[in-house]
Design a protein around this ligand. Structure first.
Ligand code: SF4
Length: 280
């Protein structure tokens, strides 16, 4: 999917409200994958079309509204949907977040399919600090069945990130009887051939949030087995929940809070609760 007139559809942006360091999640909608277990409402083209300039104005206005409580905007996570669909838009967004807004740390969350060598180098030069790359499966038949696309460009993207010296980590969702420990082991072995220090995380499939409940939620024991298996190849392996930063950190009830800001500046508050989130 390409954008219209240099715009991308954006449903909302999300700001952290409970940390000394202010973070923002920028959700760009639309995706080139069709994952059966997709948990993102932004896979479809939802929201309103926005240019980078319009988006940056919205980010600055939203950030200013909460600045007194939580300090200046320090970190941005660009997510989706799939943020790489329009390369020029993403290049421009990274540059503007860095130079105009002054964001110190920018993370891109991506399925990696479009991360060719030139694009990786461009993003690094423009100020991108980190990439979280989802590698859904090593077996291409499983990958095609699950996403509708080959994993070959994604495997190449791992090498591009490594060769481009852009900080990155790889995540895989453990899906019992689909992407099992044997798949995790293959991925870990592939990553270790590049560098055993590559950061790798195994996360739980969450059927409650998935479009198709293709399998069940793995147990903590299964996650640990997968982590142990990957750790025989890699030095930095973790297991946990699938979310960049926020939900991966320990939280007590009510202590983590975010505000979701819509294009018309209407807001929703999200509070972490055991087993989920309360939206008001
Ligand atoms: S890559 Fe992400 S957003 Fe796209 S379909 Fe897969 S899970 Fe959904």
């Amino acid at each position: 999917m390409k954008t219209i007139n240099g715009s991308r559809y954006i449903p909302f942006i999300t700001l952290s409200l409970s940390e000394p360091k202010q973070r923002i999640w920028i959700t760009l909608s639309g995706c080139n994958f069709n994952c059966k277990g997709c948990f993102s409402g932004a896979r479809d083209t939802v929201g309103v079309p926005m240019t980078v300039d319009g988006l940056i104005n919205w980010v600055e206005k939203s950030s200013r509204t909460y600045k007194d409580n939580i300090g200046p905007l320090e970190e941005a996570i660009i997510t989706g949907g799939e943020p790489t669909l329009d390369k020029d838009f993403l290049r421009d967004l990274v540059l503007n977040l860095k130079m105009r807004v002054g964001v110190k740390h920018i993370t891109l969350s991506t399925n990696g399919f479009l991360l060719d060598r030139e694009f990786v180098n461009d993003l690094k030069d423009l100020g991108l600090n980190e990439v979280k790359l989802d590698l859904k499966a090593y077996n291409d038949a499983i990958h095609k069945w699950y996403t509708g696309m080959s994993n070959r460009p994604v495997l190449k993207a791992v090498r591009n990130l490594y060769n481009g010296k852009l900080d990155f980590r790889v995540e895989t969702v453990l899906m019992p009887k689909i992407v099992d420990v044997a798949e995790i082991e293959q991925i870990a072995s592939f990553l270790a051939l590049i560098d055993p220090k590559i950061k790798y995380k195994v996360v739980k499939f969450a059927p409650g949030e998935a479009r198709e409940k293709v399998t069940r939620r793995p147990s903590d024991v299964e996650i640990q087995l997968a982590v142990n298996s990957a750790s025989t190849y890699l030095l930095n392996v973790a297991g946990g929940k699938a979310c960049v930063h926020a939900a991966t950190e320990p939280r007590a009830e009510g202590t983590k809070k975010w505000v979701r800001v819509y294009p018309d500046m209407k807001t929703e508050t999200i509070i972490a609760k055991p087993g989920g989130f309360e939206v008001s």
